[in-house]
Design a binder for this molecule. Structure first.
Ligand SMILES: [Zn+2]
Length: 322
């Protein structure tokens, strides 16, 4: 059997993982995150395919220095998220459902712990094709896997996406079940090399723009900065033109105005593109965060769009004065 992972699904897992385990966070404070997959199954037996259509981040571990791996606790709100996502998926055409789960091992080896086996068991008992994906962001960024034995050198990898997908071999053995890796295909990249380049850059973007807390405030300060810079450029232009007139260099006004307009429009194009990139990050929030945070983020992004919408008339007003 094999699993189809679209680019957006892969990016969701990477973003949710890196948000809680990245270069800006001390390594001891890295947290595991966990979520589910929506999709459908096609075919049977060896030809069976699991088509993943969406990954939903559900929760992250609380910081607890004494916690052992995989000891995250799902709250009632998290279970409610699962039910809501499942209810929505079944209404799709064709109907979809929860086809497995994913979680992270930030900075440590990819495998299935006893707790992971127990969780996978609950999915696979209902759906024999259910999958369990384990991702380690360091494996993606550094292309290494820690050795089995402590003290042995790290294992070097090539073009590795940072995760493996597993399923249990023998569900009837319960928590004694063994597990195997399943083949998968990540869609949406021209080559593995290109995937790695894009995803490593994406990790940096997420590290810089998707903090574990204060997400809305971060969007707000980013957009405020962008608007302030644009306002400062317009004011600077106005003042510069006034200076030219005062110095009797009226003849240069047109040329200066045109050159500055080009710079300002370039700034707006570049900034809008940058904002377009980080706009996407709201899709990588935990399900329970979405309802309250996404409308606020949209409103903040809208402030930039409104400012840019007025740019032509603002520039015309400046031009008219001279
Ligand atoms: Zn685990």
């Amino acid at each position: 059997m094999s699993v189809i992972i679209p680019k957006k699904v892969y990016k969701t897992i990477v973003a949710a993982a890196v948000r809680f385990a990245n270069a800006k966070i001390p390594r001891d404070d890295w947290l595991e995150v966990s979520g589910i997959f929506i999709g459908r199954n096609e075919g049977k037996g060896n030809k069976a395919k699991v088509i993943v259509t969406e990954a939903y981040p559900i929760m992250h571990q609380e910081l607890d220095k004494d916690a052992v791996i995989d000891q995250y606790k799902w709250t009632d709100e998290d279970y409610l998220s699962l039910a809501l996502i499942d209810d929505e998926a079944i209404c799709r055409d064709p109907p979809e459902f929860t086809i497995g789960w994913w979680h992270t091992h930030p900075g440590f080896k990819i495998m299935m712990s006893h707790i992971d086996i127990r969780t996978t068991l609950s999915y696979q008992t209902n759906n024999p094709l259910a999958i369990s994906l384990v991702f380690n962001p360091l494996r993606l960024t550094r292309q290494i896997e820690p050795a089995d034995k402590k003290g042995d050198p790290d294992i070097k990898l090539k073009n590795d996406p940072g995760f493996k997908i597993y399923r249990l071999d023998d569900v009837e053995k319960g928590i004694q079940a063994s597990y195997s890796e399943i083949d998968f295909e990540i869609q949406g990249f021209d080559s593995l090399e290109e995937m790695l380049v894009q995803m490593q850059k994406f990790v940096v973007d997420v590290t810089m723009n998707l903090p574990k807390e204060n997400v809305v405030e971060t969007y707000e300060s980013t957009v405020e900065n962008m608007i302030n810079k644009l306002t400062a450029q317009l004011q600077g232009l106005d003042e510069y033109l006034q200076t030219l007139v005062r110095k009797g260099e009226q003849a240069r006004v047109h040329e200066v105005l045109e050159a500055q307009k080009r710079d300002i429009y370039k700034y707006v194009t570049d900034t809008t593109e940058k904002l377009e990139n980080i706009k996407e990050f709201k899709d990588y929030l935990e399900f329970k965060e979405r309802e309250s945070m996404i409308p606020r983020i949209d409103e903040i992004i809208n402030r930039w769009e409104t400012t840019v919408g007025k740019l032509d008339s603002t520039l015309n007003e400046i031009a008219k004065k001279f």
